[in-house]
Design a protein around this ligand. Structure first.
Ligand code: CA
Ligand code: CA
Length: 387
């Protein structure tokens, strides 16, 4: 006999030789005599008519705690500890939570979440609703997606939730300790369904889709949009509430994808109120007619709505011929490279030294160049390219 815990062999021993007769009654979690019961819960009991090897046992233990940076958190005073398991083979999340509700002035539920600096979108397919361990469900038990200001029970949040008695609802709490409320109309729909929750600045949008596979852009149907102020570093994740604090309800989800907004999306939203790379907000557009495309305005952290002096200038300093330029520290999707040429045809990076002159935390003033005697004549340029 071999004993495995969490897929790893813990002990092994040899029992009596010869054939054994099966007992008339097989007891799990207690002695054959009917006593000595385990003080705990047992689930997913499997019987095999052959001996499993170590690899097969390890396979059985494939659901694992959430991979980093996902965190398990019981918000509020839940009656029992919630949990989250992730099976990397199937991509199935199982999230279990207690709690009486997500609503009124404070919440109790399991929040499997991560930190979301800035904007982004969380998508998941809710395969099964929040069910009790015996397969029943409690009216208003919830499973869904949430952006939340913090792990505090009365924290502001915006979320989209499914319950078997109601359907899909977009709920929010605007201020700490304020009463939660519903945004837009309830959608009468049961699982399975796809849910999507997006943040763009202070605007949160919830949508659903009923496709079997990953929804295309046109498959999403908006539930509602709500404007509220959450901290820039909010929490985002999957929320499950039993609606009965003496129970744990669990839901299963697949296709869970958290997509941060790109630096370009965030920048367009800041200046033009849209993430769409089109019209005045397009990378190639120059709506302030200063000769700098929006992409260059973003690269140099300039104002794309007001004509700027150019963000790049030449200088001779300590025997070096340099380009002085501004680097937007939020533009993590862009690469900056100073190059030199003797005749404006071939460009080289050989011998280029690039360093920070100063930084205010948002923009670096940088200098990149080569010794003045590298060539004569000599030209410098700054190349900005997507990573
Ligand atoms: Ca411009
Ligand atoms: Ca400008």
């Amino acid at each position: 006999m071999r004993l495995y815990v969490d897929g790893a062999l813990q002990a092994a021993g040899t029992g009596p030789a010869g054939t054994r007769s099966a007992p008339a009654v097989l007891r799990i979690g207690g002695l054959q005599s009917g006593g000595g019961f385990l003080d705990g819960a047992i689930s997913e009991v499997n019987l095999f008519n052959y001996v499993l090897n170590a690899a097969q046992v390890a396979d059985l233990y494939s659901p694992q705690p959430p991979p980093w940076p996902w965190q398990v958190l019981d918000v509020g005073k839940t009656g029992s500890d919630g949990y989250a398991l992730f099976d990397p083979k199937t991509g199935v999340w199982t999230v279990g939570g207690g709690g009486t509700d997500i609503g009124l002035t404070s919440d109790q539920f399991q929040f499997t979440h991560q930190l979301m600096p800035g904007d982004g979108t969380l998508v998941a397919r809710l395969n099964t609703a929040a069910l009790n361990s015996d397969g029943t469900f409690t009216a208003n038990a919830k499973a869904g997606l949430m952006f939340r200001d913090s792990g505090a029970a009365d924290a502001p949040f915006v979320g989209v939730f499914h319950s078997q008695t109601v359907g899909l609802q977009m709920l929010y709490r605007d201020l700490p300790g304020a009463s939660a409320a519903q945004e837009s109309a309830t959608v009468s729909l049961n699982t399975p369904c796809w849910l999507k929750l997006s943040r763009a600045g202070d605007t949160f949008t919830a949508a659903y889709a009923t496709t079997a596979g990953t929804p295309a852009v046109g498959d999403w149907i908006q539930i509602g949009s709500h404007t509220t102020i959450l901290t820039t570093n909010s929490l985002v994740g999957m929320a499950v509430c039993a609606y009965d604090n003496s129970r744990i309800a669990s839901a299963t989800l697949t296709g869970v994808v958290l997509q941060p907004a790109s630096p370009g999306d965030t920048w367009r939203l800041q200046w033009f109120g849209t993430t769409a790379n089109a019209g005045d907000a397009a990378d190639a557009a120059d709506p302030d007619l200063d000769g700098l495309s929006n992409l260059l305005e973003r690269a140099c952290n300039l104002n794309p709505t007001v004509a700027d002096a150019e963000g790049v200038s030449g200088a001779v300093r300590s025997g070096m011929f340099e380009l002085h330029y501004r680097r937007n520290l939020s533009a993590t999707d862009l690469s900056y490279q100073v190059q030199w040429s003797p005749e404006l045809k071939t460009w080289s990076t050989n011998g280029v030294v690039d360093s920070v002159l100063s930084s205010d935390g948002a923009t670096e003033q940088r200098a990149g160049g080569v010794p003045v005697d590298t060539a004569s004549p000599i030209f410098l340029r700054l190349q900005i390219t997507p990573n």
